[in-house]
Design a protein around this ligand. Structure first.
Ligand code: FES
Ligand code: MG
Length: 590
C-alpha cells in the first residue's frame, strides 16, 4: 500500500482534515509552538500518547519520567510521533484516605484524554498498585491500540543482613515493635531498608501481581512485568514498547482483540501460580467489565483454586523481585503452566503473536525460585470464594495459610477445613487501633477479628485494613495471627489469610452490619461458607432494627464515587461507565 492508499489515522481528524481547514489550522498551530513541525503532524505518522503515571507525588512510578524518553525514541524509530501527557497520580502509600478512591478517577481522566485528543495509540505506563488497572480499564473503554509498559520492581531490600520486602517488612517490623524487641528508630530504618531504589514494591504485592496480570492478559510485551526498575533491560523494553505501539496502530490491534475471555482465564491461572495479591480479583473483574467480557468472582475459585503456587516470593514465599526476574519471571511461569495444559494458548498478545507462541518452551533457571508444577510451594494456591449470611461473597488467599494458623485454628479432628470463633467487631481502622489493646474485650486465641465500614462506599474507596494484628499481649504470648474478616481489602504484601472484600459491604446493609461482638462465626473452607451462628429469626430482627451509618464526604469526588461505584465482587467500577464501550470506534474514528 502506498501512503496515499492507507486509511487515514484518527489523528488526521485534528491535524489534516481538508474538509475543515479552519479547525485543522487551529488544532495544528498550538502543537507547533514547542517545536513540532507541520510535516510531522501531517505526514500520516501515528500520534502515540504516552500516559505518564510518574511524578514526584507517585514515587513508585517516578522513573517512568526517564523511561518515557526511551519510549519516545522507540516511537520515533518506528515512524510515530510521541506526545506525553500526565495521568492523575495514584500513590498507594501516599494518598488519604486511600489510593483505591483514585483508581476510577484516573480511569475517567484517561478515557477523556484518549477520546478527546489526537491520539492514535497509547503507551500505558504502569507500576504502583492501582495505576495498572486504571490504565487498562481506560484503554478498554476507549479501545484504541494500547500497550502496557511496567515500571518494574525496586531492587531487593536488605536490613542488617536480612532480605526485607516491600510492605511485608512492615508487618514483621510492627510485630517486633509490638513485642518490644525493636525501638521506633530501628522500626523506621527496617521499613525503609525495603525500598533501596526506584521502582514499585519488590514483593509479590499488588504492583508485581497486577503488572504480571497485564502481561498474562497479553497487554505488555512478553517478559516485561518482572524486569527490575533500575535494570538496563527495563530501559530497553521501554524502547521496544515504543516501537511496537506504532506497528500496532498500523495493524489496528486494539484491546478488544486481546482482552478476550481466554485472556482473563489465563490471568486467573497465572494469579494462583505467582501467589498474587487479593486485590487482583476486583481489578481484573473491573477490566473485564469495561471491555465487555463476562467474568465473575466465582470464576476465580473455579478456574484458579486448584492451580499450585510456583513462585517463591514474599509474602507467600521468601525471595524478592530480582531473584524472580533472574529465574525467568512470568514467561518461565507461563511456560511451566503450558506444559501442564493450563494456558489458553491462542490468546493474542500486543506482540501480534499468541501467548502460546511467546512462551512455549520457556523454563525457570532456578528451581527454588520458580518451582516445577510437580514440586510447588503449595498445592491449590488460588482464592477460595466464600458465601453465607455474613456476605454474598468474600475471598480468602489460601496460599498464605501458615502452619501456625492451620495448627491453631483448623485442627478440629475430622474437620480440618473449618474454624469457629467469637467475633470481636471493629467499626473501622480508627476503632481497631483505639480498642485492640482494651483488656475488657478479653481477646484470646478463640477470637475472630472483624472490621466493617471499610468497603468501597463505607470508607470510601475501600481500605486495606482487614489483616489486623492481635493485641500486644497475645503477640507477646506468641499468637501472631488471628482469623480476620472484613469488607475492606488487605495489602497484597500481607501474608495474612484474611477473609476480605466482603460484598455487599456493611455500610450498605451487608450481612457484616448485623454482627455483634460476642457472636460466634463459623468458617468452613470445604463448603466455602462463612456464617454467624444465630438463627434466622434473630438475624431478621437485627435486620429490621438496622440503621446504616451516616457517611461524611470530605471532597466532591468522594460523593460522586459513593453515588456511582459498585461493590468489590463486581470490580468496584463506576457502574454507569460500563455501558460506554469501544467509544473510539463508535464515535468518529474514520
Ligand atoms: Fe507503590 Fe507498592 S506502594 S507499588
Ligand atoms: Mg496496597
Amino acid at each position: 500500500m502506498t501512503p496515499e492508499q492507507k486509511p487515514k489515522l484518527r489523528s488526521a481528524l485534528w491535524f489534516d482534515n481538508p474538509g475543515n481547514p479552519g479547525m485543522t489550522a487551529l488544532y495544528l498551530e498550538r502543537y507547533l509552538n514547542f517545536g513540532l513541525t507541520r510535516e510531522e503532524l501531517q505526514s500520516g505518522k501515528p500520534i502515540i500518547g504516552i500516559a505518564q503515571t510518574g511524578s514526584d507525588l507517585s514515587p513508585c512510578n517516578r522513573h517512568h519520567i526517564e523511561l518515557a524518553k526511551r519510549v519516545a525514541d522507540g516511537i520515533r524509530a518506528a515512524g510515530g510521533v510521541p506526545l506525553e501527557f500526565p495521568v492523575h497520580p495514584i500513590q498507594e502509600t501516599g494518598k488519604r484516605p486511600t489510593a483505591a478512591l483514585d483508581r476510577n478517577l484516573a480511569y475517567l481522566g484517561l478515557v477523556e484524554v484518549l477520546f478527546g485528543y489526537p491520539v492514535d495509540g497509547v503507551v500505558l505506563t504502569t507500576g504502583c498498585d492501582k495505576t495498572t488497572p486504571a490504565m487498562i480499564m481506560g484503554a478498554a473503554t476507549v479501545d484504541l491500540p494500547a500497550i502496557v509498559l511496567s515500571g518494574g520492581p525496586m531492587l531487593d531490600g536488605h536490613f542488617e543482613g536480612e532480605l526485607v520486602g516491600s510492605g511485608t517488612v512492615v508487618w514483621e517490623a510492627r510485630r517486633r515493635l509490638a513485642a518490644g524487641t525493636i525501638a521506633y528508630d530501628k522500626f523506621i530504618d527496617m521499613v525503609a531498608g525495603s525500598a533501596p531504589s526506584v521502582g514499585h514494591c519488590n514483593t509479590m504485592g499488588t504492583a508485581s501481581s497486577m503488572n504480571a496480570m497485564a502481561e498474562a492478559l497479553g497487554m505488555s510485551l512478553p517478559g516485561c512485568a518482572a524486569i527490575p526498575g533500575p535494570y538496563r533491560e527495563r530501559a530497553q523494553i521501554s524502547y521496544e514498547t515504543g516501537r511496537r505501539i506504532v506497528e500496532m496502530v498500523h495493524e489496528d490491534l486494539r484491546p478488544s482483540k486481546i482482552l478476550t475471555r481466554d485472556a482473563f482465564e489465563n490471568a486467573i491461572v497465572c494469579a494462583s501460580a505467582i501467589g498474587a495479591s487479593t486485590n487482583c480479583p476486583p481489578h481484573i473483574i473491573a477490566i473485564a467489565r469495561h471491555i465487555g467480557v463476562e467474568l465473575d468472582i466465582n470464576d476465580w475459585d473455579r478456574i484458579g483454586y486448584d492451580i499450585p503456587l510456583l513462585v517463591n516470593m514474599m509474602p507467600a514465599g521468601k525471595y524478592l523481585g530480582e531473584a524472580y526476574y533472574r529465574a525467568g519471571g512470568l514467561p518461565a511461569v507461563i511456560g511451566e503452566l503450558m506444559r501442564h495444559g493450563k494456558i489458553r494458548e491462542t490468546a493474542l498478545t500486543v506482540s501480534g503473536r499468541t501467548i502460546g507462541e511467546e512462551n512455549r518452551g520457556k523454563r525457570g533457571i532456578d528451581a527454588d525460585v520458580i518451582r516445577d508444577y510437580a514440586n510447588p510451594l503449595a498445592e491449590r494456591a488460588g482464592f477460595a470464594v466464600l458465601t453465607g449470611n455474613l456476605f454474598h461473597s468474600a475471598i480468602m488467599k489460601t496460599s498464605v495459610i501458615s502452619r501456625e494458623f492451620r495448627d491453631r485454628f483448623m485442627s478440629e479432628p475430622g474437620d480440618p477445613d473449618a474454624f469457629e470463633g467469637r467475633a470481636i467487631v471493629f467499626e473501622g481502622p480508627e476503632d481497631y487501633h483505639g480498642r485492640i489493646n482494651d483488656p475488657s474485650l478479653n481477646i484470646d486465641a478463640d477470637c475472630i477479628l472483624v472490621i466493617r465500614n471499610c468497603g468501597p462506599i463505607g470508607y470510601p474507596g475501600s481500605a486495606e485494613v482487614v489483616n489486623m494484628l492481635p493485641p500486644d499481649a497475645l503477640v507477646q504470648k506468641g499468637v501472631n495471627q488471628l482469623p480476620c474478616i472484613g469488607d475492606g481489602r488487605q495489602s497484597g504484601t500481607s501474608g495474612s489469610p484474611s477473609i476480605l472484600n466482603a460484598s455487599p459491604e456493611s455500610a450498605i446493609g451487608g450481612g457484616l452490619a448485623l454482627l455483634k461482638t460476642g457472636d460466634r462465626i463459623r468458617v468452613d473452607l470445604k463448603d466455602r461458607s462463612a456464617n454467624i451462628l444465630i438463627d434466622e429469626a434473630e438475624l431478621s430482627a437485627r435486620r429490621a432494627a438496622l440503621t446504616l451509618p451516616e457517611l461524611v464526604n470530605q471532597t466532591p469526588w468522594q460523593e460522586i464515587h459513593r453515588r456511582f461505584t459498585g461493590q468489590l465482587e463486581t470490580g468496584a467500577v463506576l457502574e454507569q461507565a460500563v455501558a460506554y464501550q469501544r467509544i473510539a470506534e463508535r464515535f468518529g474514528v474514520p
